[in-house]
Structure formats: structure tokens, C-alpha cells
Ligand binder design. Structure first.
Ligand code: THU
Length: 157
């Protein structure tokens, strides 16, 4: 799949399956609120994440961010879509910290889809731009930082 094209239905179906499977790997003994996430990169790869809590509650890391970190560590810096699964109905949307993290890796925030699923057929969908309008980016820095490229090893095959 090319970085600029909309994700295919088959990619999105695989993404949803991966996010549901990832929810089972959540470590959430304190909140008991298990979150699974799967993100699709421009190259068509899928990376998963789940929330990982800590007895020192503030150290908790959300599912969306663990998925972004897994992708970034593999050299992928272009999120095309992310699917988030919780047991909440209506489906829960990403927290503010995760929205900012998604913005970092969204080549065009108006095109990156955020799909939220609940335990049943309930679903909701937004773009990253809708979830974090007027967000802070590297463009505001001096000098501006734009178009951060992935390492060669992770670019499109
Ligand atoms: N959580 C996520 O994983 N993603 C979000 O966007 C919101 C909250 C997690 C953090 C914590 O482990 C639990 O859900 C309850 O807040």
C-alpha cells in the first residue's frame, strides 16, 4: 500500500482483528480497563499495543502509545490508521496524550483514521485532525522540524 492512498478494506479488517487480539495482552490490574490498539503504517505493516499500568499510577502507558512506540522502534513513522478496542460503550476515544502522539506520526492528520470499537458492534471513527485540531507540531519550533523521515531500512519495499 502506498503511503498516500486510503487503507484497503482488507487492511482495515486485519487491523480490527489485531486490535481485538491485543486487548487480551493489556496489563491493567488497577483500572481493570483493558485497551488494545493496532496501527497500520504506510507500508501496510501492523503494529499492536496495549495499556501497561503501574502501581505508581502515573507511570501507566496507554495502548495507543505502546503501538506508536512499537512502530517507531521498527523504523515506521507514518501512521495511516489506528484501531482502539475497549469494553466501553459507546467506544472510548484516545486520551489527550495519545492524540498528541498520533499527531507526531500522522503524515496528513486529515487522512489518518482513528477507529474505536466496543465489545459489541458499536464503533466510532474520527480523523487525527478531528481529535486534535490546532495541535502542536515540530513546525512551530525554531528552526521548524518537518517531514521526519523513517530510516532507510523501514521505507516502503
Ligand atoms: N487508556 C488507554 O490505554 N488509552 C486511552 O486513550 C485512555 C486510557 C488506559 C490507561 C489506563 O490503563 C486505563 O486505560 C484507564 O485509564
Amino acid at each position: 500500500m502506498s503511503a498516500g492512498r486510503a487503507p484497503k478494506a482488507a487492511d482495515l479488517a486485519a487491523l480490527e482483528r489485531a486490535a481485538r487480539a491485543a486487548q487480551a495482552r493489556a496489563y491493567a490490574p488497577y483500572s481493570n480497563f483493558k485497551v488494545g490498539a493496532a496501527l497500520l503504517t504506510g507500508s501496510g505493516d501492523i503494529f499492536t499495543g496495549a495499556n501497561v499500568e503501574n502501581a505508581s499510577y502515573g507511570l501507566t502507558v496507554c495502548a495507543e502509545r505502546t503501538a506508536c512506540i512499537a512502530a517507531a522502534l521498527a523504523g515506521h513513522r507514518d501512521v495511516r490508521a489506528i484501531c482502539v478496542v475497549t469494553d466501553a460503550s459507546p467506544p472510548a476515544s484516545p486520551c489527550g496524550m495519545c492524540r498528541q502522539t498520533l499527531l507526531e506520526f500522522a503524515p496528513d492528520p486529515t487522512q489518518v483514521r482513528v477507529i474505536a470499537l466496543g465489545p459489541d458492534d458499536a464503533r466510532a471513527e474520527w480523523t487525527v485532525a478531528e481529535l486534535i485540531p490546532h495541535g502542536f507540531t515540530g513546525k512551530q519550533l525554531d528552526p521548524p522540524v518537518t517531514g521526519v523521515k523513517a530510516p532507510k531500512s523501514a521505507r516502503k519495499r
